[in-house]
Structures are given as C-alpha cells and as structure tokens.
Design a protein around this ligand. Structure first.
Ligand SMILES: NC(=O)c1ccc[n+]([C@@H]2O[C@H](COP(=O)([O-])OP(=O)(O)OC[C@H]3O[C@@H](n4cnc5c(N)ncnc54)[C@H](O)[C@@H]3O)[C@@H](O)[C@H]2O)c1
Length: 286
C-alpha cells in the first residue's frame, strides 16, 4: 500500500526539502510550522527550489504548479489527523521532539500511521517511548539538500515493528526512489557517526590556528576530491545543528572526539549559524 498523504513537521532546510521530494512523487503533503511567517519562508524555499528545477529543465511550469498544489501549509497539529505517515524535521532538540511526538500521538487518527523522525543523532527509542504507539516510530534520516542527495538512513528502535520497518523502507526506496541504508539505534547512526568527528577535527584545527578555514577546506577538496571542505559543509548543515548533533553523540558515547569545541559553541551563541544566517566560517552576505 503506497502513502497518499503525509505530514511534515518543520519547514526549515530539511522539512521543506522532504515536503518537496514527496510532492514531486505525487504525495499530498501537509506541512506544519510554528507560525505563519516561518510557513511563508518554507513556502518560498520550496518555490525557489522548484524554480531552479524549471530553469535547469528538470520540470516544466505545469509540473511545478502540480507539485506546489499538493502541499498544504498549516500551523495546526489537528490537520495531520488523516495522515498515513508524519515525518518530523524540527530543531535537533530532544525535549522539543518529544513534545512534538506527543502532539502527533494525540492527533494522528490512523493507528497504523508511521511517525518518523528526521533526527540526525537522537536515539529513536528516546522519542518512541514517549508515545502510545512506539512500534510505529522509526528514524527516517534524509540528507541535505534532500532533492539532490539520494540517501536515506532507516533507523528502527528496539521496539519498532517489522511492519513499520518494511513499510518505511518501501516508501523511501520505491515511492521516493532513495537509496536506503539501515542503522542500529545509536546516536549519529552511520553517516554522522563518521562525519561529525571529522568536521569537529577541522574546527579544532582552525581554532588552534593550525591552518585557515580556506586552506583546511582546499586541502580536502583538492587533496581528497571531496565536493566540499568540512567547514563549508558545517556552514551548509547549520552550525547549530552540527553542535546539537555533536552534543547528543557526546552524551551517548562520552568520547572526547564528539565534544563540540569552544569555537563552535561561541559561533552558535553569536548567531553565526552558517549559510542560513549568511555567516559562519564564511561570509555569504557578499
Ligand atoms: N541541516 C542538515 O544538513 C540536516 C541533515 C539531515 C538531518 N537534519 C535534521 O533535520 C532536523 C531539522 O534540521 P534543519 O536543518 O531543517 O533545521 P532548521 O533550523 O533549518 O529548521 C527547523 C524548523 O523547525 C521549525 N520548528 C521548530 N519547532 C517546531 C514545531 N514544534 N512544529 C513545527 N515546526 C517547528 C522551526 O521553525 C524551523 O523552521 C534536525 O533534527 C536535524 O538534525 C539536518
């Protein structure tokens, strides 16, 4: 059975990308944000991304309109009542996610509906046990930018049902055309468990004055053929998200390599969050 109506909570970088990709694949989307101004920003982000698709001839104007018409914007959890799945993509904050899943548990009527989190690092079990349907909860971790990157990590908790796992896998692979890898329910899953210590090492290197951000990034781009250096990548992910992911991994493993360096903390405190605020390791306002 394929999914026809899906809810997305959070219309930031990831939520808007997830909504766009689902709508492109014919799925009706209800996108919830906290207030109307953030909702407008989410709609504008999706519109801009679809315009890029039109410019590069991947879709035409009529397809763009059809995709846009499948997305409904709301500030109400009650609009999720008929959804067959809801994907949560709000801030990487455990308490906020738990609160969100309690709301979903209260409002989504279908007892078979899947409640998925796009968390980068928070163990799924911590969220699942706060609902009355932990067997329906799993991690579905998309990558940024969602319309471009093919991977989805599927993370069952110890209590996720086999049916939920298979339905979520089929959805990501067959309905969205993503490549699905499965991870145990450990903070950071597969990709961030490897990526975050690498990014944090680059930040420590810059902090120590070992090399400039430009030279660190050029080293990895030109020397290792990475598409982007670690500091430019941290700016793309968002330095707040990078720090939150590091904190949950540090909490889980107590390994110093996951501890966010002071330079990262200070930049987040200053509101220098990377591309989304136009300022991070690089200045994007110019
Ligand atoms: N940025 C990345 O590269 C990336 C990649 C994969 C996964 N993730 C994960 O995806 C999630 C979202 O990250 P992001 O980069 O999109 O963050 P973001 O800061 O761009 O967006 C988060 C959005 O959630 C909204 N929000 C907060 N609480 C809400 C609520 N209760 N209901 C509705 N909306 C709410 C905020 O208004 C904001 O627009 C996080 O868990 C993050 O770890 C991020």
């Amino acid at each position: 059975m394929s999914f026809e109506q899906i809810g997305v909570v959070g219309g930031g970088l990831m939520g808007s990308g997830i909504a766009e990709v689902c709508a492109k694949n014919g799925i009706k989307i209800i996108l919830r944000e906290t207030d109307s101004s953030v909702l407008e920003a989410a709609a504008a982000r999706i519109e801009k991304s679809l315009d890029r698709g039109v410019k590069s001839n991947k879709i035409d104007e009529s397809q763009k309109e059809a995709i846009s018409s499948r997305i409904t914007y709301t500030t109400e959890y009650s609009d999720f009542k008929d959804c067959q799945m809801v994907i949560e993509a709000i801030y990487e904050n455990e308490a906020a996610k738990i609160e969100c899943f309690r709301e979903l548990d209260n409002h989504v009527v279908d007892s078979q509906a899947i409640l998925a989190s796009n968390t980068s690092s928070i163990p799924i079990m911590k969220i699942a046990i706060e609902t009355n349907r932990p067997e329906n909860v799993c991690g579905l971790h998309f990558f940024n930018p969602v319309p471009v990157l093919d991977l989805v990590e599927l993370i069952p908790s110890l209590v996720t049902s086999k049916e939920t796992i298979e339905r979520a896998h089929t959805f990501a692979a067959n309905q969205l055309g993503k490549i699905v890898v499965r991870s145990q329910d450990r903070a950071g899953f597969i990709v961030n468990a490897l990526l975050i210590p690498y990014i944090l090492s680059a930040i420590r290197m810059a902090e120590a004055g070992f090399a400039t951000p430009e030279d660190i990034d050029a080293g990895m781009v030109k020397g290792c053929n990475h598409p982007m250096g670690p500091l430019a990548l941290a700016d793309l992910i968002g330095l707040d998200t990078t720090m939150s992911v590091a904190i949950s991994m540090y909490e889980e493993f107590n390994e110093p390599l996951y501890a966010p360096p002071p330079m990262l903390r200070r930049m987040v405190e200053a509101g220098h969050l990377g591309r989304k605020t136009q300022r991070g390791f690089y200045d994007y306002a110019r």
